[in-house]
Design a binder for this molecule. Sequence first.
Ligand SMILES: C[S@@+](CC[C@H](N)C(=O)[O-])C[C@H]1O[C@@H](n2cnc3c(N)ncnc32)[C@H](O)[C@@H]1O
Length: 191
Amino acid sequence: MTLQLLGVDYSTTLFELVGSTLGPWGRTDWMVMDARRLAFRTCFDVVLDKGCLDALLAGWDQLEVLRGWGRQLTDKEERLGEAALANARALLAEVATCLVEGGRYICISYESPSGRQRLFDSVTSASASDAAGGVPLPLPLRLVESAVEVENHNYVYVFEKRQGQQLQQQDGEDGGHERREAVQVEEEPPQ
Ligand SMILES: C[S@@+](CC[C@H](N)C(=O)[O-])C[C@H]1O[C@@H](n2cnc3c(N)ncnc32)[C@H](O)[C@@H]1O
């Protein structure tokens, strides 16, 4: 089996910096593209996101910190926060669209579940109902695993794409709120 890899970023600088360093595992392509408007439909087994969702949500995360400190946000800050959330939802909607049935979305993020769960729920829970970039909610994504990557202080969220009926059946079985506890990724034992 040949593994085909496609890297997407909207910065050409990134591609100039990394070249084709993804390694020798088959074809490696790069495309300059906005992840909120991907040109793909139902074709990837895995989407790996390292830092893109975080980049879209960086402003929103900072506003959440200010909120946590009890700071009243200005109207402008509220609008910026909403725009950031809309961008993040658009990204997740595109991911759901371009995954095949049973495909996985692996999201590596600096943010812990307490900071990301609300966003994930707002697009994947059975009660999610607003439109996300024109895609009907809830998105057919289900969080199946979350983990802490200790060495680099990252969190890893793994979603599986499941179509509507299967998603509802599973939600019915566990109330739609089953979340596995975050597990720590074991470090390699010293040789
Ligand atoms: C935190 S960096 C992570 C870069 C790289 N993936 C890594 O792990 O080192 C976030 C990346 O997301 C890219 N990015 C931000 N918004 C994007 C969008 N709407 N579409 C595509 N790429 C985007 C940025 O250009 C940047 O390269």
